[in-house]
Design a protein around this ligand. Structure first.
Ligand SMILES: [Zn+2]
Length: 75
């Protein structure tokens, strides 16, 4: 089960930094989380809650790997 974007987590303003917000639970900036469940720390309450509900965090895919991907190398 997956959502396109995980943006319904509680956020708080980062003090002293204009227009910067972070997850209330794991304190990771919203720009780093970028709508991804795996953007939260594995210990994040929000991430744990969604994983328990059946949502999956995907491993981060590097674009370079996708470009040079060669299916013939898989055995
Ligand atoms: Zn979080």
């Amino acid at each position: 089960m997956k959502k396109l974007y995980y943006i319904d987590y509680p956020q708080e303003h980062i003090e002293g930094q204009m227009h910067k917000y972070r997850c209330v639970h794991c304190k990771v900036e919203t720009t780093i989380i970028n709508g991804r469940l795996e953007g939260h720390l594995p210990s994040c309450e929000y991430r744990i809650k969604l994983e328990k509900a059946g949502y999956e965090a995907e491993p981060v895919k590097s674009p370079e790997i996708l470009v040079s991907h060669d299916a013939d190398d898989f055995d």
